[in-house]
Design a protein around this ligand. Structure first.
Ligand SMILES: [Zn+2]
Length: 355
């Protein structure tokens, strides 16, 4: 789940009180594809931090052989903490949450839960990258007998457990925690989680460890093959830099799951499409044009006057944003049935004969 959907944690300046050096924030640039090892890479786009306006330019490369798209050079753990750990600059968490809210509408989440339940009702379910546990909250309303646990790297998952939104909180990454959770779950879900994972294939393998034989993995993730990607470029929501580390073609995930010993039983785009591409692109573009955008990262949150001025100007642009929102919704039935679909859903069953 995107960091903007996590509850905002207290603003943390770098320990030195200034921005850390670039070398601390980024890995060395790769010359090979992290998915297939090919050296046939091409730069897909360069983009600044459109959400928080922190300093830096980020590059997404695309593998010419397998289509895997990835941030290159990738952020280090310190870089992810610096760039993605808080959202007090730029648009701020409130606007970002509203923009991405369409992804987590109760109707969409209920539909996703229902898709899994058509393969049997699980007793125990782990939501990976759960953030504020939006999915478990909705799914538990409909299916109160399922025990939902949440896993996330942020403290927000512990707050979700304290509020009763998940039964148990697991704080950390799935690959780190999987050995201690081996065979505990009938279902595992990952909603727009793989984009943020440093090693998506390790997430798929770790999910297999925590699943019981016959258990199911549900994935919804951005589709880098969407026509919106080409149309909107750096303004496309799923190109969002520097938050998104990997964008995985459906066929790659499908093949990786089969190689790991899953059987893919659902692979489709129609249900996973979220009608927000034009809206988000326009808001990011308008925000970029407002005074103060592109300023280097500051150790303190922006002043109230600057935030108020930006809020007023955003309101002036509201009619255009409303039009984009209407267009997204109007085009959604068509987008779902064409390559404009911006995401895909996979459900895979863990087969029991490979340990
Ligand atoms: Zn590749």
């Amino acid at each position: 789940m995107h960091p903007t959907e996590q509850a905002a944690e207290p603003h943390r300046a770098h320990p030195t009180g200034s921005a850390p050096r670039t070398g601390e924030l980024q890995e060395p640039r790769r010359t090979d594809c992290p998915w297939c090892g090919s050296h046939r890479l091409r730069t897909r786009l360069r983009a600044p931090d459109l959400l928080q306006h922190k300093a830096g330019c980020f590059v997404l490369d695309r593998c010419q052989d397998c289509g895997h798209t990835f941030q290159n050079p990738a952020l280090t753990a310190a870089g992810r903490e610096f760039h993605c750990g808080d959202l007090h600059d730029g648009l701020g968490p409130a606007v970002a949450e509203r923009l991405l809210g369409a992804r987590h509408s109760p109707r969409r989440l209920r539909d996703a839960a229902g898709a899994m339940l058509s393969f049997g009702e699980p007793e125990s379910w782990l939501d990976v990258g759960t953030g504020r546990a939006l999915f478990p909250v909705v799914a538990k309303e409909v299916h109160p007998y399922i025990a939902f646990d949440g896993l996330d790297t942020g403290a927000v998952v512990e707050l979700a457990a304290a509020d009763g939104h998940v039964d148990e909180a697991h704080r950390g990454t799935l690959p780190e925690l999987a050995p201690g959770l081996a065979g505990r779950y009938d279902a595992v879900s990952m909603f727009h989680h793989l984009e943020h994972a440093p090693d998506p294939r390790a997430e798929l393998a770790a999910a297999r460890i925590v699943l019981r034989p016959g258990g199911h993995l549900l994935i919804e993730t951005a589709d880098p093959g969407s026509r919106f990607a080409r149309l909107l470029g750096r303004w496309w929501i799923s190109h969002l830099q520097p938050q998104h580390l990997h964008l995985l073609p459906l066929r790659n995930v499908h093949r990786a799951l089969e190689d790991l010993g899953y059987t893919v039983i659902v692979a489709e785009r129609r249900s996973a499409h979220v009608p927000y591409d034009l809206t988000v692109a326009l808001v990011l573009l308008v925000d970029r044009c407002l005074p103060g955008a592109g300023a280097p990262a500051r150790p303190r949150p922006p002043g109230a006057l600057r935030r108020a001025r930006r809020a007023v100007l955003l309101r002036v642009a509201a009619p255009a944003v409303a039009t984009a929102h209407a267009a997204d919704r109007l085009l959604a039935p068509l987008a779902r049935r064409t390559r404009f679909a911006n995401a895909y859903r996979i459900i895979a069953r863990k087969e029991g004969d490979r340990g």
